[in-house]
Design a protein. Structure first.
Length: 344
């Protein structure tokens, strides 16, 4: 499964495991079935309270080359950053402890990077319910950075970016970019890496299976207003000279809008710890924001009934109606947990 000693691995697989006792064996089995040799496999236990450590210890008894570590913080950034620090491979590949990948995925991505001198190779990403590769059914190899930059909006719109898992990234590029994880769902890591990366490809037959995965709109419920994720994306595309590109701007506005609606729905749910006055103040601030109003009044065709309903109230700056609609959609998501509701 893994390399031993101090030889240079082809790929360092960094696994973040938090309460993954039931899923970790499946993940390790999928890594054992990979067709690429010389792997460095590291599993970082992030403050698990179940039997994850025991499962990991048993796995190490079967494979002495399997590397393991334990940290007291359960936030995933600490686990991934420790993995980056200890990685020795030419490439990095991040995995959550509940995920798997198809046989041959690592070899397909590694071969792409080696044959074409790429810093990034992406595969299809999906859950049991949906695939985020969308209409990208054939392999795509970008001959120039400019070509990828102009097409990057598509990968963000589909949700393949900024999701860091399921991608092969050249470690030297990660180091040169100074990319580290923080509590923003991998956004700052991927943005800094993408600014530095040269050479990108996509292979739909390299398949990463995520047990749970965020919608294409983004990582956190309140990304667009609190952690600066939207600003990071704006700055990234501006640095690529795409501030006026119509497709890029449409993606950014849809992403902002979907993040806003998700934030409102979450704020109106019982899970939100704010009191009634605080919830109202939070939503009022969000919908009165100049950018919110500019995006809300933009000329766009929305397939989502949720977006069409909520946009009417947002455009009017009607806080009361916005909250009522947020409460309704929050109730629907709790009452029908398997109900899929598109936000844009």
């Amino acid at each position: 499964m893994s390399v031993s000693g101090r030889s240079i691995p082809k790929v360092s697989v960094i696994v973040r495991a938090h309460n993954a006792a039931t899923t970790l064996p499946r993940l390790l089995d999928c890594l054992a079935a990979q067709t690429l040799d010389k792997l460095q496999i590291m599993v970082i236990d992030a403050a698990s309270t179940d039997a994850t450590l025991r499962v990991l210890s048993m796995a190490q008894e079967r494979d002495v080359t399997l590397e393991a570590a334990h940290i007291e913080a359960d936030e995933y950034p600490h686990a991934y950053n420790l993995g980056i620090e200890r990685a020795r491979g030419t490439y990095l590949f991040f995995m959550d402890g509940s995920d798997t990948m198809a046989r041959g995925t690592l070899e397909r991505l590694y071969t792409l990077c080696e044959d074409h001198n790429l810093d990034l190779a992406m595969g299809s990403v999906g859950t049991s319910e949906r695939s985020f590769s969308g209409q990208l059914s054939t392999r795509v190899l970008y001959d120039s950075n400019d070509q990828f930059h102009r097409d990057a909006w598509r990968f963000f719109a589909l949700g393949l970016l900024p999701y860091p898992e399921g991608k092969l990234m050249r470690r030297s590029c990660v180091k040169q970019a100074g990319s580290l994880f923080s509590c923003d769902g991998g956004m700052s890591f991927m943005v800094s890496f993408l600014k530095e990366a040269s050479g990108v490809a996509f292979d739909p037959l390299a398949i990463y299976n995520a047990n749970t995965l965020c919608d294409p709109v983004g990582w956190g419920i309140t990304d667009c207003m609190e952690d600066g994720s939207q600003d990071m994306l704006d700055e990234l595309f501006a640095s690529w000279g795409l501030s006026q590109d119509a497709q890029t701007q449409s993606m950014l506005q849809n992403r902002y809008l979907a993040g806003l609606i998700a934030s409102i729905i979450h704020t109106c749910s019982p899970a939100c710890e704010l009191d009634g006055a605080q919830k109202r103040a939070h939503i009022e601030k969000a919908i009165m924001d100049d950018r919110t109003q500019k995006v809300a009044h933009g000329d766009r065709s929305l397939r989502s009934l949720i977006a069409r309903m909520m946009l009417a109230a947002i455009r009017r700056k009607d806080v009361t109606m916005t909250m009522k609609e947020g409460e309704l959609f929050s109730w629907l998501t709790r009452r029908y947990p398997n109900l899929k509701m598109d936000l844009v």
